[in-house]
Ligand binder design. Sequence first.
Ligand code: CA
Length: 245
Amino acid sequence: MTTRPVADTAAVRQLIYVVEDDEAVARLVVRALEEFGYPVEWFHDGSSVLRRLQTERPDLCVVDLGLPDLDGIELIRQVGALTNCGILILTGRGHTIDRVMGLELGGDDYVVKPFEPRELVARVRSILRRRGSAGQAGTTNQRRYASFIGWTLDCAANSLRAPDGAEHVLGTAETQVLRAFVERPHQILTREQLLGQRDLSPMDRSIDVRISRIRRKIEADPQNPKIIKTVYGAGYMFTAAVAWS
Ligand code: CA
């Protein structure tokens, strides 16, 4: 048995939303954060992230102040009203007043464009660390139990409770994959994203093995899966709504 690196696992589980309409900048940010093991979701505009916040709360939002549909300052205010997640502001040089407003309205820190991706990751980690230690002092916002259509995944105990109450103990590898799914439902996830690895060999079938094991547990008909769907040529998608507690 291998020992699980607890600190790293905790970092991996901190979900980050990136709200940025400039695709090149967004790619840079998403890639840098994913390289550090953070699950990331990207939103092109303010209204799509506000919709997403109705169903899932991230640990941190990276918010560009110049969005096409909504003033970034207004978005920060609304995000702050919906969740207590961390907020990192992305801003252009010279937008000092917006930056100050953003910080006053609940932003934790800011990064001025153009920026080094490593600098952005360092700011993100520092915000999460500060908020994490505040959380341990009492206002914790842990994401341990993920429930979907009667099933509950206990991410801390690697166990899965069936709708009938039966407990299944999962292997670490299966838990990792199921966790990746429940953190990003309704999205196509590549094999690399599910395994948390880069540059996976096309011959590597370990993901298929893990997914068929999970399907045998949760699908009514594993040959005709409804919860974890295969998206040919792209990856897999978890189709059930997920609630965290
Ligand atoms: Ca922009």
